[in-house]
Design a protein around this ligand. Structure first.
Ligand code: UDP
Length: 356
């Protein structure tokens, strides 16, 4: 069997790759490398445990830091892992700083790079994730996209169509594979908010808090706010406090959180994965951002992109509470199998041997 490396950067990477890793393990000597960018138990190991992913073979212990520190540290550490293992190819997923560091180190050694979740674009060039995505897609030898429009984005940017595949969205297989247990009789709203644009831009965080305060005033329904360490730090830095009706809870395990998403009357989020899960579950969901790369969900009318306009957020919340959302059906099936099929056959031989 050929030796390959599968890279894990942060929480959603473990979740999305969980089913794919199990399949890859049957066909390759698969070395799992975790960047260590997320290191608390409830942001990392809990997902390996709950989704039955075997522990990583390497943890690069990158931890937190500035963008440059994280990417540079990861490149240095991952280069050593690459040289030690000499993999046949490397798989990265998503758009976080670890994904970028993994990709740069791999590509510089001319080892074939496979990018899963390729081609998503928010067109918001101030987002760190958008810069990461664009760079990774252009470095990758094989781009595995979720939807046809993601592939079209790549082709428009001049990437050879022979380097792009469309397989569907692996999150649907993860959601379908697990059983959740969370139950609560009284109604509640669920909030996640930790993206740089909403925590590092003070006015945005202020507006989101003001909106949540008004939402509670209007509806008197409990608001559960998952408080990530980053948001907590920024709240303290700005001297902000949570309005009445907002109960903060620590980051949850996947099974607990997915259960909450199922039960919530409405989910308010700046997460890319949470909007997809709500669309699969048929839970009303609002994106608290100015832009999104999940344009498919906006176009299907199952998610609202409110921008940082408090009235708009309130209108969207009110509307979504009184209207039914149909679970979406465009994410496909057998995604992990399709990815294995592409990689085992290494379709088009790494896209005609590194040509561009
Ligand atoms: N999630 C979780 N526990 C939580 C909050 C989120 O398991 O307390 C899961 C959620 O179901 C989704 C993923 O983490 O699968 C989303 O992660 P995040 O918002 O950090 O990343 P993004 O999707 O924006 O890249």
């Amino acid at each position: 069997m050929k030796k390959i490396i599968t890279c894990i950067g942060i929480r959603p990477d473990i979740i999305r790759l969980s089913q794919i890793i199990k399949k890859l393990d049957n066909h390759f000597i698969n070395i799992i490398v975790d960047s260590g960018q997320h290191y608390d138990y409830n942001l990392n190991k809990i997902f390996y445990d709950q989704l039955e992913v075997r522990p990583p073979d390497y943890n690069l212990d990158v931890k937190s830091g500035t963008h440059a520190t994280q990417v540079a540290k990861l490149m240095i550490e991952f280069e050593k892992t690459l040289l030690e293992n000499d993999p046949y190819f490397v798989i990265v997923l998503g758009d976080n700083n670890s994904s970028l560091g993994f990709s740069l180190a791999t590509s510089k050694l001319n080892i074939p790079l496979i990018h899963i979740e390729a081609g998503m674009r928010s067109k918001n060039w101030r987002m760190p994730e958008e810069k990461n995505r664009v760079i990774i897609d252009h470095l990758a030898d094989m781009n595995i996209c979720y939807l046809p429009e993601h592939r079209e984005n790549l082709v428009k940017e001049g990437i050879d169509p022979r380097r792009c595949w469309v397989v569907g969205n692996p999150i649907i297989e993860v959601v379908n594979a697990v059983e959740t247990s969370f139950q609560q009789k009284s109604p509640f709203y669920l909030v996640t908010c930790h993206r740089a644009e909403n925590t590092e831009i003070k006015e945005n965080l202020e507006k989101i808090l003001a909106f949540l305060g008004r939402l509670y005033e209007k509806s008197n329904i409990e608001i559960k706010f998952i408080l990530m360490p980053k948001t907590k730090n920024m709240m303290e830095k700005y001297g902000f406090s949570f309005p009445e009706g907002v109960n903060t809870i620590p980051p949850q395990g996947f099974l607990e959180f997915l259960g909450m998403e199922k039960e919530a009357k409405l989910v308010l989020t700046d997460s890319g994965t949470v909007v997809e899960e709500c669309a699969i579950l048929g839970t009303p969901c609002i994106t608290l951002r100015e832009s999104t790369e999940r344009i498919d969900l906006i176009e299907l009318g199952v998610n609202a992109l409110t921008g940082m306009d408090i009235d708009q957020m309130l209108n969207a919340a009110e509307y979504s509470l009184t209207h039914q959302i149909e679970p979406v059906s465009h994410y496909g099936k057998n995604i992990a199998d399709k990815i294995c099929n592409i990689l085992i056959g290494n379709s088009l031989n790494f896209s005609t041997k590194y040509s561009r």
